[in-house]
Each structure stands twice: as structure tokens, then as C-alpha cells.
Ligand binder design. Structure first.
Ligand SMILES: *[C@@H]1O[C@H](CO)[C@@H](O)[C@H](O)[C@H]1NC(C)=O
Ligand SMILES: *[C@@H]1O[C@H](CO)[C@@H](O)[C@H](O)[C@H]1NC(C)=O
Ligand SMILES: *[C@@H]1O[C@H](CO)[C@@H](O)[C@H](O)[C@H]1NC(C)=O
Ligand SMILES: *[C@@H]1O[C@H](CO)[C@@H](O)[C@H](O)[C@H]1NC(C)=O
Ligand SMILES: *[C@@H]1O[C@H](CO)[C@@H](O)[C@H](O)[C@H]1NC(C)=O
Length: 396
């Protein structure tokens, strides 16, 4: 009997797995992009074909799969928009989507690929090659005459979206942006750009709630994950970061009216050679923004310039904020089990607002050294306490 049950469970498992792997065996309607005229040769523009496949899947009243077989598909800027009839659309991508080689084609667009106003969309697999290197070179050489560049994948005004197993290469600007969304999962993402590439943030989240980012590896030239205004109930788990600027809440408080950031958990992260580890950053400007309820748990720092940092004095080029203090109120922030090495002498830096000191900052079990030496910590306008063994000795 037990044997029978085990084999039954195993067959169900196999059935489920094969269904997931082979879309044609699933019960959903499948829209293969090749049927809409897409060409997987990397040369012929497939933008129209993808748009048509989306329109067909979106208009269906069933569960649908848009299937992208192996191959390289040249795509210009394309928006996949809702509302859709179908409440369950899976983009199953076995191929690579490639941006035009000339960076000027996407350069003025906000986004390369965007999903707007959708609900119940899953993006499974896929490699997105945004070909950003020539735009980075332009910015390094000429600066102001280059276009801004496009975000590789933008999800806006959408609910119930999952992105699993995505590879994103060399974005022109941000790799993934989640803006005004609810219930979004990013799992198993691999994000890669050069350590000196400009503004190539890995994942940026703002004005969104219930976002989870799990089991992902991010190597980039700016923040691995940046958390903007109005982010609530964010869960980050098992993320490796580096090169990059770390995981950053902020920059916040550039504007007077700003939604706060609340309930953020960052668990099991590894930072390697990054500029920052766990950062909270705000402009030195008046604002009604806030950050509260943040848990940074189990982080490993390897040669990180600022493993733990709160900086409320951000004022690039000393423009529009000299002499001002940040209005952003930071409270209830826990650092628990943070260990490893700082590449600078100050491993813990709290530089809070003179007007609104950081409150409820707690450190438990922190062990950070300056390479092999004893590190230091630095405190300005911060109230909190250290519990258990905390190295370096805190100034709290
Ligand atoms: C879906 O649409 C088809 C025709 O387009 C129709 O026959 C069918 O009843 C619809 N199903 C539901 C569940 O609305
Ligand atoms: C989310 O989408 C899945 C299918 O992708 C569906 O089964 C589920 O009911 C949706 N949940 C909500 C809250 O819309
Ligand atoms: C905080 O966010 C987590 C998800 O990250 C969620 O499970 C939890 O319910 C949230 N807590 C509150 C009080 O909303
Ligand atoms: C804290 O911020 C002030 C104002 O920008 C700056 O002068 C000071 O050097 C900072 N302290 C540390 C330790 O970075
Ligand atoms: C702190 O880390 C160092 C280097 O890894 C280690 O030798 C030391 O035992 C640790 N201290 C504590 C109290 O865990």
C-alpha cells in the first residue's frame, strides 16, 4: 500500500513537472510567438509578433501560455498592457530576447519591455540581453549628449505577477523596476552588468506592497536592490550582491510629500566587494517620509566598504540642499547576525538627521572586522542599543 502510494505521488509529481516543462501538454491555450511571425535568428525584428501574441493571449478567456522557443529574438521597445480577459497568462521563455545593437533605438524610451495594468502574469525563464555596454561607453565618454537609456523590464500598476528564473544582462539603465504593484514574486533571477556601469540597479521597488525577492544573484554597477518610497511588506531572502552598491532603502526624502517605507525584511544575504551592504539613505531636505520596521537578518559581508550604514546627509554635488537636514524619520531598525569584513575602518556608520534622530536602532550579534583588524563605528544623532556580542563596539 505504502509502495503504491509513493509511486502514485511520484507519478503525480512527474506529471506536474512534465506539464510545466512542456507547454503543449498543459491544458492552457498556447500561443507560440513563431505562429505570429517571430523569428529566432536574432536579425529580424520580432516586436510586432510578440505584441500580437500578447494581444491574443490577453483577449482569451482561459489560462494562456505565450511560448518563446529557443533562439534569439530581436525586440524593440514593447508594452504588454492589461486589462486582459485572461487572469492567468504565462510567458514561457526558452529563448533570449535581444535589444537592438544601436543604443539610440531604445535610448529615449522609458522601458524596453513593460507590463502595465496586468494581473496574474508569470514570466518563466528567459534571458534579456539589453546590449547596454555601448550606451555606458557613450556616457563615460561624452556624458550629457547620450540618451538616458531604458529600464530592461518594468512592471507597473499590476497585481499577482511572478518572475522566475530570469537572466537579465547589461541593462541600459535599471534591470527590473516594480512600480505601483501588489503581490509580486521575483525568484531565481540572475542579473549581470559591469561593476562600473552607470545606474544599472538590479531591482528597484517603489509604491508597492507584498513584493518578495528570493534566491537571486545580482552583479551590477549600482544598487543590487533599491527600495523607494511607498514600499510596504517587502521580503528579500537569499540574495547575493556584488559587485554593486548593496541593498539600499532610498534615496528617500527628495520631496516634501512622500509615502514612507514600512515592514521590510532582508534575510540571508551575501555581499562581496560592494560599496555598501545594508544601507538606508535620505536626502538632506525637508520631507514627511519615514522608514520603520526593518529587519536585516543573517548577512555576510566580504570586503564591503560600508557594511552597515544609515546616511541622512545625501546631497549630491551640494545642490538644492546645503545646510539642510533630512525630514525622513527612521525608526525600529534591527540588525541581527551580521558578520564578515569591512574594507574601510568604519564598519558601522549611523549618520542620522539632526532634526529627527534615528530611533529604535538595535544591533544583535554583529561581528565585523576591518580586514583582519578591529573596526570602528560612528554615530551621529542616533538612539538605540546593542545586545549580545557586537563588534566593533558600538557608539549607540
Ligand atoms: C470563452 O470564450 C468562448 C468563445 O470565445 C466561449 O464559447 C466560452 O463559453 C467562454 N468561456 C467562458 C468560461 O467564459
Ligand atoms: C494569481 O494568479 C494565479 C495564476 O497565475 C491564480 O491561480 C491566483 O488565483 C491569482 N491570485 C489572485 C489573488 O489573483
Ligand atoms: C510584513 O511583511 C510580511 C511579508 O514580508 C508579511 O508576511 C507580514 O504580514 C507583514 N506584517 C504586517 C504587520 O503587515
Ligand atoms: C556625517 O554627515 C556629515 C554631514 O554631511 C558629514 O560632515 C560627516 O563627515 C558625516 N560623518 C561620517 C562619519 O561620515
Ligand atoms: C568574529 O569573527 C572573527 C573572524 O571571523 C572570529 O575569529 C571571531 O571568533 C568572531 N567573534 C565572535 C564573538 O563570534
Amino acid at each position: 500500500m505504502a509502495k503504491f502510494l509513493i509511486s502514485l505521488i511520484f507519478s503525480i509529481f512527474l506529471f506536474t513537472v512534465s506539464n510545466n516543462l512542456n507547454p503543449s501538454a498543459a491544458t492552457s491555450s498556447v500561443y507560440n510567438v513563431l505562429r505570429f511571425g517571430a523569428k529566432g535568428n536574432g536579425v529580424i525584428d520580432s516586436t510586432e509578433a510578440f505584441a500580437k501574441a500578447w494581444a491574443a493571449a490577453c483577449a482569451s478567456n482561459e489560462s494562456t501560455i505565450i511560448y518563446v522557443p529557443k533562439g534569439r529574438y530581436l525586440l524593440g521597445s514593447v508594452a504588454f498592457k492589461g486589462e486582459c480577459q485572461s487572469s492567468d497568462i504565462t510567458f514561457q521563455i526558452d529563448g533570449t530576447l535581444v535589444a537592438p545593437a544601436d543604443y539610440r533605438v531604445l535610448g529615449q524610451a522609458d522601458n524596453w519591455l513593460s507590463f502595465e495594468g496586468v494581473s496574474g502574469v508569470s514570466i518563466i525563464g528567459g534571458a534579456l540581453d539589453a546590449k547596454g555596454t555601448s550606451l555606458w561607453a557613450c556616457k563615460a565618454a561624452a556624458g550629457t549628449t547620450c540618451p538616458n537609456g531604458a529600464t530592461t523590464l518594468s512592471i507597473t500598476n499590476s497585481n499577482n505577477v511572478s518572475i522566475k528564473g530570469l537572466l537579465s544582462l547589461n541593462s541600459q539603465m535599471y534591470h527590473i523596476v516594480i512600480n505601483r504593484c501588489q503581490d509580486v514574486l521575483v525568484e531565481g533571477a540572475k542579473i549581470i552588468a559591469a561593476g562600473d556601469s552607470p545606474n544599472t540597479d538590479g531591482i528597484h521597488i517603489q509604491q508597492s506592497r507584498n513584493v518578495k525577492i528570493r534566491s537571486s544573484s545580482i552583479k551590477t554597477g549600482d544598487d543590487c536592490i533599491s527600495i523607494g518610497r511607498g514600499t510596504n511588506n517587502l521580503w528579500i531572502e537569499r540574495v547575493t550582491c556584488g559587485p554593486g552598491h548593496g541593498i539600499s532603502i532610498g534615496s528617500l526624502g527628495k520631496d516634501m510629500d512622500e509615502e514612507g517605507v514600512q515592514n521590510v525584511t532582508v534575510w540571508k544575504t551575501v555581499f562581496t566587494g560592494t560599496q555598501n551592504g545594508l544601507r538606508i539613505k535620505s536626502w538632506a531636505r525637508p520631507s514627511n517620509g519615514f522608514v520603520k520596521g526593518v529587519r536585516f537578518i543573517d548577512a555576510v559581508m566580504q570586503n564591503v566598504q560600508n557594511p552597515i550604514i544609515i546616511d541622512q546627509n545625501y546631497c549630491p554635488h551640494n545642490l538644492n540642499c546645503p545646510g539642510q537636514v533630512s525630514g525622513v524619520k527612521i525608526s525600529d531598525i534591527i540588525y541581527w547576525n551580521i558578520r564578515g569584513t569591512s574594507s574601510t575602518p568604519i564598519a558601522i556608520k549611523f549618520n542620522c538627521s539632526a532634526k529627527y534622530p534615528c530611533e529604535g536602532i538595535r544591533l544583535y550579534k554583529v561581528n565585523l572586522s576591518y580586514l583582519k583588524l578591529v573596526a570602528q563605528s560612528s554615530c551621529n544623532n542616533v538612539i538605540g542599543k546593542a545586545l549580545g556580542i557586537v563588534q566593533p563596539n558600538t557608539c549607540l
